[in-house]
Design a protein around this ligand. Structure first.
Ligand code: SF4
Length: 240
């Protein structure tokens, strides 16, 4: 089991730019590197880096069926702009039909248990399928996003999915992200300009006030300590 990048690869990553790190990782794990996008600001930066530089990393998204119209808009714009595939992973049809048939389309508002069941069916199960057989999972996580993520590092071992997670813009500030988007004319979700720093499913995301936490608009009706959906739980740290 590979728990960390090799010493040779680590040497290449020292002082490398995010694009150079993505190129080096793709070369070290041919055909086994995936990037998950939900079309937020950070993800659009990484999609741009991958697509513009033709880095052989598979890009996928989780089509939960409950995304914002604006998210579908930026998804389409991204396809038009880069002309490169973004693989859509859908929930298992039988699991989804069983949940919605018995509990209705909005069961997630009723209890944390129901919300976790919905996230499990619409996100986690498709995610595990998307990651299966790969060695490295690239994400757009940044250090300053949410309390739970403060003790994370740029490279981690994901025990649940048995692969290395790498966050190429981990140290970037939001201002860095916005500046990169502007400089490179990258399409982005218009909801970001309407108070949505973090954008998930439409029924579970609201705008936040300037003084609120980054993820305060996600599952806002729940206790804040329970608000991660399970996609990015804290993992074993293997390197800073
Ligand atoms: Fe379901 Fe909401 Fe989770 Fe989306 S964010 S999968 S709608 S509970």
């Amino acid at each position: 089991m590979v728990m960390d990048f090799s010493t040779t690869l680590k040497d290449k990553l020292v002082n490398a730019t995010p694009v150079e790190t993505l190129q080096a990782i793709a070369a070290a794990y041919p055909g086994k590197v995936v990037f998950s996008t939900s079309f937020g600001w950070e993800d659009q930066v990484i999609s741009h880096m991958i697509f513009k530089n033709n880095i052989p990393i598979k890009v996928f998204t989780l089509e939960t069926g409950r995304l914002f119209t604006e998210t579908y808009y930026v998804w389409n714009r991204t396809l038009e702009m880069y002309q490169q595939p973004i693989l859509a992973h859908y929930p298992d049809q039988a699991l989804l039909e069983e949940m919605v048939s018995t509990k209705g389309p909005n069961s997630f508002y009723d209890s944390v248990e129901n919300r976790k069941q919905c996230c499990g069916i619409r996100k986690l199960e498709p995610l595990s399928r998307a990651l299966k057989g790969n060695a490295v999972w690239i994400t757009g996580i940044r250090a300053e996003q949410s309390l739970n993520r403060h003790d994370m590092r740029a490279v981690e071992w994901d025990e649940q999915n048995k692969l290395i997670k790498y966050h190429p813009i981990f140290s970037w500030s939001l201002e860095d992200v916005k500046a990169y988007i502007q400089e490179n004319n990258i399409p982005y979700n218009p909801l970001h300009d309407r108070g949505f720093p973090s954008i998930g499913c439409a029924p579970c995301t609201r705008a936040v006030q300037p003084d609120e936490d980054f993820r305060a608009g996600r599952w806002w009706w729940e206790d804040s300590s329970k608000r991660e959906c399970g996609l990015h739980t804290h993992n074993e740290v293997v390197e800073k």
